[in-house]
Design a binder for this molecule. Structure first.
Ligand SMILES: [Zn+2]
Length: 344
């Protein structure tokens, strides 16, 4: 059964149990829940969602995790952008700034309270950029020990609050996966199996992405628990299909006005091969920079609505297909539930 048939079947059997013979798991559409900075919501309450954005990014303090900015200054700049986003119908915002690069869960809660947007934050470590943002303890600890820290974030909250992560964010370098990055993905997979949190891994090209999918499987989770973040960097579009065939999510997440045509090509490739139900789209925008005047060159979150979606409509995408990508896929990708791998 291909993905197109699957989508038709799931809509016909929307309340029933659906078998996914492609990757050998059972899944009930709408199962699981979403963890926002203000607690649980149902996947059906997410609405239109941006699945990879940033509020504030700060790499200036190495791997200390120090929060040194004035939240009021940040809010003054960011709230108008979030309000603008809401005017485009967006209700849910996945904030992808990782631990030690400016993640500030209190700030995110204050922004959620001020705007009414449903904001989701993360746990996990960022190994890309040659491990510059990896805390020292991560080198000596096992995957199991790292997973225990991330599971604790999910059980108890983070940064001295009760705010919990809604997904796992990791990151690896380009090229073949290093041993250390394999350990990060193993730790993420073990965390998934204990919590049901989805793994989103900053990965540029296809080579490490396919290796990550293997690490996920080897450690017992289904690739449908894995998001290939920044998949747009892979030029060979057949690799998107290969990863999607395994069941992984393909995140094309740097939409800008000037790259809309390239995105249409990549989205069409996935759609025409039956993987419309595994595409995630976002801007990877925002990036308030503490220390710079007014946060520096802040990038808004609307090109997707003003440029990409109209371009998709011109190419023949129906409203139902756009809703699939912007509403149903985020709900399915991020719904918290354990996805175990079962051999076919
Ligand atoms: Zn990002």
């Amino acid at each position: 059964m291909d993905r197109r048939v699957f989508i038709k079947t799931t809509s016909r059997l929307s309340a029933g149990l659906v078998l996914l013979p492609d990757f050998g798991i059972t899944s009930r559409p709408g199962k699981g829940y979403i963890m926002t900075v203000n607690g649980k919501i149902k996947p059906s309450e997410m609405g239109l969602s941006l699945t990879h954005e940033h509020v504030l990014v700060d790499g200036s303090k190495g791997a200390t995790g120090e929060i040194w900015w004035d939240r009021e200054d940040v809010k003054k700049v960011v709230i108008p952008y979030l309000d603008e986003l809401k005017e485009h119908g967006c209700r849910t915002f996945f904030e992808f700034t990782p631990s030690y690069i400016g993640k500030d869960v209190k700030l995110l809660k204050e922004l959620a309270d001020a705007t009414g947007l449903q904001i989701i934050t993360n746990t996990g470590y960022y190994g890309a950029n040659n491990n510059k943002h990896i805390p020292d303890h991560a080198y000596g600890e096992s995957a199991e020990q790292l997973a225990a820290r991330w599971v604790s974030d999910f059980k108890n909250g983070m940064q001295g609050t009760t705010i919990k992560p809604g997904f796992i964010k990791t990151a690896v370098n380009k090229g073949p996966l290093s041993e250390f990055h394999q350990k990060l993905i193993k730790a993420a997979t073990l965390t998934h199996l204990k919590t049901g949190l989805t793994i989103a891994s900053h990965t540029s090209d296809g080579e490490p992405a396919m290796q990550e999918i293997e690490v996920v499987i080897e450690n017992g989770a289904d690739p449908s628990a894995f998001i290939w973040t920044h998949a747009q960097h892979e030029k060979d579009l057949s690799t998107h299909l290969e990863a999607a065939k395994k069941g992984a999510w393909i995140s094309l997440d740097n939409v800008r006005r000037k790259n809309v045509e390239k995105y249409v090509t990549k989205i069409l490739n996935l759609k025409e091969n039956g993987y419309l139900g595994q595409i995630l789209l976002s801007h990877d925008a925002g990036w308030y920079t503490p220390g710079q005047e007014n946060g520096g060159n802040f990038r808004g979150y609307t090109s997707l609505f003003t440029h990409l979606i109209p371009a998709l409509r011109e190419t023949g995408f129906t409203q139902g297909e756009i809703d699939q990508i912007m509403i149903k896929n985020p709900a399915e990708a991020f719904a918290i539930r354990v996805r175990k791998y079962r051999r076919k």
